[in-house]
Design a protein around this ligand. Structure first.
Ligand code: ADP
Ligand code: MG
Length: 377
């Protein structure tokens, strides 16, 4: 009870939420007969058995191997509603390669166990459907990959642009007046149903860089960033709100040596680590409340600027392996996640009155050379 109410207060204060998910022992680990060193103690605590003794960590929720994708999503659903209400929301998965980040965010290959992304696509359009008599909605999406510290618009290469121009259009990370991050130069596509959104997502995924490493043949060595913008116009009073839901599947957080990465893969590992170590610097600056937060040190931290110490409602899912052979990475991940938990954000709705929305429309018209009657204003 105490932990539960403590969590509720932390949430109200704008603390970043952190969930911990322990994946099941995989076949390789099971055949090796490796010991299980991670245990969920209660809904909020996880215990790690290290050679130097027990370490207990507290999170906003702890999920174990038995937890279903549905149960995880039930606890994230509230955030989808927030994005539609005009908040800036970010959900991201962190952890070493093979710890279950992609399983959590996307699901399995056959989509027998869909993860947060496809479920969020459905939830967005379910909520839109329920409110269609009171609001007009517009949903648009960009999908980016950060690979070797280069931002790739996954929709641009889709259109064959990358090939025909030798390189794709430059994507730059900017922030609007309200501090919300957007990807300038990235193609934004509209979707009018969950199916359409999922089809766009699948096409974009086909453009990602994927290579095998020793730890996980399916491992992706790049960060995937999906940004979904939901604009809603209140049909009664004309006010407009713009929410954004960022869904991020980060590359593996492990140090290069363990994955057996070589040559060009090592270069990849370095720049993955560069982005993640920059992320670590940002998190440590924020959690110790330093006056300067080094967001500009990598593209990843620029993209996540509004989600860490910014104006977003943020949920981090730290994925961990239960096995003894991964104990070092697990401990590092849990310490990292504990630091993130102490960061406070200040989320505010991006809402405009009918009057401001109208004035902006007028400015847009004037900019594009149209004439505007005074009465319209
Ligand atoms: P990561 O993206 O962190 O590298 P994956 O999500 O690809 O890791 O997970 C590695 C493997 O473990 C995949 O085959 C995945 O399907 C499986 N897996 C991960 N988490 C779970 C889980 N909670 N339940 C069942 N299988 C899982
Ligand atoms: Mg992955």
């Amino acid at each position: 009870m105490r932990k539960k109410y403590y969590n509720m207060v932390e949430n109200m204060k704008g603390k970043i939420r952190v969930f911990c998910r322990i994946r099941p022992l995989n076949r390789a680990e099971a055949t090796q007969g490796g010991a299980i060193v991670v245990e969920k103690m209660d809904e909020y605590s996880v215990n790690l058995e290290t050679p130097r003794g027990q370490r207990e960590f507290q999170f906003d929720k702890v999920f174990n191997a038995e937890t279903t994708q549905e149960e995880i999503f039930q606890d994230t659903n509230r955030l989808i509603q927030s994005a539609i209400d005009g908040y800036n929301v970010c959900i991201f998965a962190y952890g070493q390669t093979g710890s279950g980040k992609t399983f959590t965010m996307v699901g399995d290959k056959e989509q027998k166990n869909p993860g947060i992304m496809p479920r969020a696509f459905n939830a967005i359009f379910d909520i839109i459907q329920e409110n269609s008599t009171k609001f007009d909605f517009k949903v648009s999406v960009y999908m980016l990959e950060l690979y070797n510290d280069r931002l790739q618009d996954l929709f641009a290469s889709l259109a064959g642009e990358a090939q025909s121009h030798g390189q794709s259009r430059r994507v730059e990370i900017k922030r609007n007046r309200k501090g919300v991050v957007f990807a300038q130069g990235a193609e934004t596509k509209e979707a009018s149903s969950a199916q359409e959104l999922y089809a766009l997502f699948q096409q974009a995924c086909a453009n990602r860089h994927i290579s095998a490493t020793k730890m996980n043949v399916e491992s992706s060595r790049s960060h995937l960033i999906v940004g979904i913008m939901v604009e809603s116009r209140n049909l009664t009073n004309g006010s407009v709100s713009c929410g954004k839901l960022s869904l991020v599947d980060l590359a593996g957080s492990e140090r290069a040596a363990k994955t057996g990465a070589k040559n060009h893969q090592l270069k990849e590992a370095n720049s993955i680590n560069k982005a993640l170590s920059a992320l670590g610097d940002v998190i440590s600056a924020l959690s110790s409340e330093l006056p300067h937060v080094p967001y500009r040190n990598s593209k990843l931290t620029q993209i996540m600027q509004d989600s860490l110490g910014g104006n977003a409602k943020t949920l981090m899912i730290v994925n961990i392996s239960p096995s003894e052979c991964n104990i070092d990475e697990t401990l590092t991940s849990l310490i990292y996640a504990t630091r993130v938990k102490s960061i406070t954000n200040n989320a505010q709705r991006n809402l405009e009155s009918k009057e401001i929305a109208q004035l902006k429309e007028v400015i847009m018209k004037l900019r594009s050379g149209q004439t505007v009657e005074d009465e319209e204003i």
